[in-house]
Ligand binder design. Sequence first.
Ligand SMILES: [Zn+2]
Length: 367
Amino acid sequence: MNTIDYNELQKIIEINSWTGNKEGVDQTGTLFASWMEALGMKCIRHERVHVGDHLHFVSPKKEGKKLLLLGHMDTVFPPETFELFREEEAWIYGPGVCDMKGGNHVALQALRMIHHRHGEICNIDLLLVSDEETGSDDSKALSAELAPSYDYCMVFEAAGSKGEIVTGRKGAGTFFIEITGKAAHAGNHYSDGADANLEAAIKLQKLVTLTDLEKQTTVNVGKIEGGLGANTISPEAKLVFELRYTDKGERDRVLEAIDQIVHTSYVTGTSATLSGGIQRDVMQPSEAQADWIARINTLCDTTLPTEQRGGVSDANFIAAAGTIVTDGWGAFGDGDHTVYERASKQSFDERIALVTEIFEHHIAGRL
Ligand SMILES: [Zn+2]
């Protein structure tokens, strides 16, 4: 049985909502708002000039725990790169169908079920942001500001292949080291130069040595630039690198070491500056989170599979604010960020049914 209204999903997927397309993201938001307002949810619009508006849908509050649902409206596809919607027996194809317009739709359908049964929704709000795919640079402050008002947060990124929800996500940061040396003719004045490229090469080796695979900490210097030509001692070099980690202790260890590597000149006469930083801090599994999942398992007579992921999402910001958060409540799909993106119809049905049940237990005060 398919409970989902694929017509609506099609409509919202066919609107291009690449993060850079503010008009398209806002159109997506306006359409979604019309569905949410029909459920008695009030739409608080956080207007933005350069990115799409963020929308906070708020339900009446009663005594009891407060639940925030979180999604993003933007996709990674600029206009005319991937705009089709296609439905097959078992799969739906389209931009955002699993990442994550499909997930937003799971939340919407489950809210509708609740509204249908009770005539109202309370203690559950939904935040849809417009800029997740470019790092949530604008919305992260809003997510962090709203998070403490809620006891729990469910993020509707795609489920794992066996219906896993996500209990942990790595933290991630991007950094830039700019190295200044001194140019000199490589033939005539070799000793007068200070080789920025050599300094970059040494720094690169020291940086990647900070990787600790056992602890799932990785440092990757993904880009290196430097120098003018074969006959000149290089006056400038630049390293671009990324840090990912699963543990705050590891974050601090690596940050300290990075600082030391930046401020040590291994090649005399060179100097370096560091920019960039942590973008999304780690989302670590917690006891309170495990308790909440255990209550769901008991109440819904299920055993929810869980997983930790290397990739980051807005769940990282919610976790950093101290609110109990889980992710992966959307339908299962694959091919995200490619033109093969698809989501499983069966998984839509399963997720909507499960999430509806969780909402029931939540508003009844059992969670
Ligand atoms: Zn994505």
